[in-house]
Design a protein around this ligand. Structure first.
Ligand code: DPP
Ligand code: ZN
Length: 854
């Protein structure tokens, strides 16, 4: 198995000026004819090597000459031939089997439609090609298919021809004027509902917006269509970027490995990120649709117009585009809650990845299977790195950098360094030390110690940064850390930005009182772990007094860690302090204007939040402490919880910031009230039966789940009957079953896998069951008898031959075996050995398992 290294990058020896593709579609025997106009860039080269995978070569022409089998070399991975001219044409006919393509990479056939996914290296499963992002070509795509079954034949760009053939087939031809790498190619053929809209750009051009979704679901795309218009407007206003084609198409499919894909002019989406209506989707689903619609749209400039030179640069487009979609979401809803959620992703999933055998910098240095590097590090930590640039340069400076970036690189395939250079040059700001963020992995730990001198009224903060070794890199250097702070003081609050560069630095405040309290790392201004010496009392003071909502939430998070620690040392005799109940009481009686933030403040952190603070994770102690915290809150604050619930129980159904916040608050109360057992039943049933929206229905089910309420099973049955026709809703039901914190979950999962709507071929179904089990059911997954690990391992062995991308994602929780007690370590390791012993295990899974066992 081969590993590719960034340091081995070589520019392409040939390029492809134009790519003319013809698809004769058939579920099992699709014939692809590729006419490629090639040009030699390196005159020394005498051999051309094209990438290919699982292709059956039918014929190969060099210019007009049909080549005989001995005139080229065709292996399972490559097509090689001698080349004598500087420009020449290759005509390659291949046959592929889309129906057999359960990996869902390249061209596949599922649910009666053809669909493609080419990022990162899927195009080589369609035809032999220079399948690398720095080969940009102008594409023309002709699709021929049976008219009755496939009335819509779609590809990138503008439709230039459509005609009926006399054999019941239709031919459609698409031309994309923008040169693009093969990973942005797309083809879709099928029968859909079409929802149409349009958008006038700021320069006055009309753009047709077409959403293609499963038959009968057209109405559920209206919100996504509006979200697209909002994204287009927002990108014009905030970034000055306008759409560049006459049509923007979005296709929603149920069989899809990822969330969505930004193919030029023809986005393909996982249907769960397009299809929403109040009765079938939760507020979180609506949020995700808007954010992902935005994300893929924003890629049109950051990803498509300027793309990546090689796949090691993935964060160039993903980190930047996540930053952009986060800023968009922040402008559309509660800025504070959005930031809290983004920070939670970093503190749980990303910190966990840094601590795992898969640790890598946002620009990885070596890769076996590229699909394994679409990670929370590349995406979300990558976005934090962009956010730090934004913090250092300010909005105006950052936008100046963006303009220079596009001025220099529009139409090119570039590197992360090119991006930073544009930011540097536009601002005359030396970013040489900052660049280390791109090559160093790991989570920096920032320690703050306070020292107060009463005579001088001087507060000194001693700051130290240290990054522990990671699996991929032993030695770490000091990073540039933008530290935003606020000093809470009677004499007035001071805030500012301190840019830390060295391992040890001091920050001095003069003329401040002994009570002055520094709030560090406001808004999580750098992706680090902050170690501080605040007392519980001080943290609660920040939680009550800070003007910044994020700082209040963050202080409470630190409190929870203190209390967990105390609970662990007092065998759960620990009682939460009165001052805490006073704070909660106040929030319940007088919620903040931002109700969604209030609901966040009222939440006991989840297992993963607590777990990430430990090198060795005390699974059982965390779970029992969470249980005890929730019990204490529900008992001590019962009247306030009821009153707050009652006060917010009537909410208009429409998805908007206010309604979402009220629902979040009400359902947070419900979650605690459900712990009251039988007396809560009326309340639960009442909300379930009267709910006009999925958020409120699902909130009842999950409250029952969290509190092990006996109403759970009856309601789950009712829910299944109501929603058996809607797979996206059923996915929620699958996940709730799989998250059930009792041993019954094992039989339940067996039953779920026999459900008529379950399919091992469908990633959404598989994830609904097994991602929920492995990630949202820590008690059963980490059982001491190993049954949880065994179930996941059996699943992976079954899944890997079907869809390696999905199996390699699901294996994640097993990789971090070193972070558990010795008994669990042994069980998890045995599971990993079982996987590695499996003959024919995919590169995707092998790369992760072998690193975990190294
Ligand atoms: N490039 C896609 C996205 O992040 C993932 N394949 O939008
Ligand atoms: Zn993306």
């Amino acid at each position: 198995r081969s590993v590719k290294r960034l340091s081995d990058y070589q520019p392409p020896g040939f390029t492809i000026d134009s790519t003319d593709l013809t698809f004769e579609l058939d579920a099992t025997h699709t014939v692809v004819t590729a006419v490629l106009e090639l040009r030699r860039l390196d005159p020394q080269l005498t051999e051309l090597s094209l990438d290919g995978q699982q292709l059956q070569l039918l014929s190969l022409h060099y210019n007009d000459k049909l080549l005989a089998a001995n005139e080229f070399d065709c292996t399972s991975q490559q097509l090689r031939l001698k080349v004598t001219e500087d420009t020449f044409r290759l005509t390659i006919r291949t046959q592929i089997n889309p129906l057999a393509n359960t990996a869902l990479e390249g061209l596949y056939y599922a649910n009666g439609s053809f669909c493609s996914q080419c990022e990162a290296e899927g195009f080589r499963r369609i035809t032999y090609y220079l399948d690398r992002p720095d080969v940009l070509s102008v594409f023309r795509t002709t699709i021929i298919a049976d008219t009755a079954h496939y009335p819509y034949l779609l590809s990138n760009g503008n439709k230039v021809e459509q005609r009926k053939l006399d054999n019941g087939q239709t031919l459609v031809c698409w031309q994309d004027p923008f040169p693009k790498p093969s990973y942005l190619f797309a083809l879709v053929a099928g029968d859909f509902d079409l929802l149409r809209g349009d958008y006038q750009t700021r320069s006055g051009r009309m753009v047709a917006l077409d959403f293609f979704v499963e038959k009968g679901q057209g109405g559920k795309a209206a919100f996504a269509l509006d979200a697209l218009k909002r994204s287009m407007r927002w990108d014009e206003q905030r970034f000055g970027l306008e759409y560049d084609l006459d049509t923007y198409m979005v296709v929603a499919v149920d069989f899809f490995n990822m969330g969505a894909m930004e193919n030029k002019g023809l986005n393909v989406f996982n249907s769960k990120y397009v299809l929403v209506s109040e009765d079938t989707a939760t507020d979180t689903d609506f949020f995700n649709v808007e954010s992902i619609i935005g994300h893929e749209y924003f890629h049109n400039w950051t990803g498509n117009r300027v793309t990546c030179r090689d796949w090691f640069q993935l964060s160039l487009k993903e980190g930047l585009t996540v930053f952009r979609d986060q800023e968009f979401s922040r402008d559309m809803g509660s800025a504070t809650v959005n930031r809290i959620h983004a920070v939670q992703v970093i503190r749980t999933a990303q910190f966990a990845e840094d601590a795992s055998p898969m640790a890598h910098p946002i620009r990885p240095q070596q890769v076996m299977e590229m699909n394994n590097f679409y990670t929370v590090t590349v995406y979300d930590k990558g976005a934090e790195v962009i956010r730090m640039l934004h913090t250092l340069l300010g909005e105006a400076g950052f936008q100046a950098g963006m303009r220079l970036y596009f001025e220099r690189h529009d139409g090119q395939a570039v590197t992360c360094d090119d991006f930073v250079q544009a930011m540097q040059d536009a601002n005359h700001y030396d970013l040489s030390a900052f660049r280390l963020w791109y090559q160093q992995s790991g989570t920096p730990e920032l320690t703050m110690q306070r020292h107060y001198e009463p005579q001088q009224q001087r507060l000194t903060l001693r700051l130290n940064q240290r990054t522990a070794a990671t699996a991929d890199q032993p030695d770490k250097a000091a990073l540039v850390l933008p530290v935003r702070y606020q000093l809470l003081d009677e004499s007035g609050n001071k805030s500012g930005l301190f840019v830390m560069q060295e391992h040890n630095e001091t920050l001095v405040f003069d003329g401040v009182s002994a009570q002055a309290l520094p709030v560090m790392l406001e808004d999580f201004s750098a992706p680090v772990r902050l170690k501080h010496d605040y007392s519980e009392q001080e943290l609660l003071r920040i939680a009550m007094e800070a003007s910044n909502g994020f700082a209040r939430w963050d202080a409470l998070q630190s409190c929870w860690m203190l209390w967990l620690d105390q609970a662990m040392h007092q065998n759960n005799d620990f009682r939460l302090p009165d001052a805490f109940f006073e704070l909660y009481q106040q929030l319940l009686k007088l919620p903040l204007d931002d109700k969604a933030l209030t609901a966040e403040l009222l939440k006991v952190p989840e297992y993963h939040v607590f777990a990430e603070n430990f090198q060795q994770i005390p699974v059982d102690a965390i779970l029992s402490a969470i249980h005890s915290f929730r019990q204490q809150i529900s008992q001590r604050l019962a009247p306030e919880l009821k009153a707050c619930y009652q006060q917010h129980s009537v909410v208009a159904v429409e998805y908007n910031e206010m309604n979402v916040g009220i629902r979040a608050l009400k359902n947070r109360c419900l979650d605690y009230l459900a712990l009251h057992g039988q007396p809560a039943e009326t309340l639960l049933l009442q909300q379930y039966n009267s709910a006009s929206n999925m958020t409120d229905k699902l909130a009842v089910l999950s409250a029952c789940l969290h509190s092990a309420h006996p109403a759970f099973f009856g309601l789950m049955q009712q829910f299944a009957t109501e929603w058996q026709h809607d797979v996206l809703v059923l996915d929620k039901w699958f996940s709730l079953h799989a998250a059930q914190p009792s041993a019954q979950v094992f039989e339940q999962i067996t039953l779920l896998c026999q459900h008529p709507k379950f399919s091992w071929q469908n990633p959404n179904r598989v994830r609904a069951v097994f991602h929920a089990f492995a990630m949202q059911n820590p008690g059963q997954f980490h059982r001491m008898d190993g049954r949880g690990y065994q179930l996941l391992t059996d699943t992976l062995l079954k899944l890997d031959p079907i869809n390696p991308q999905v199996s390699a994602r699901l294996v994640t929780p097993l990789l971090s075996w070193q972070r558990f007690d010795l008994e669990r370590q042994a069980l998890m390791k045995a599971a990993l050995h079982r996987l590695s012993a499996q003959p024919g295990i995919s590169d995707d899974l092998y790369e992760k398992v072998s690193k975990a066992l190294a």
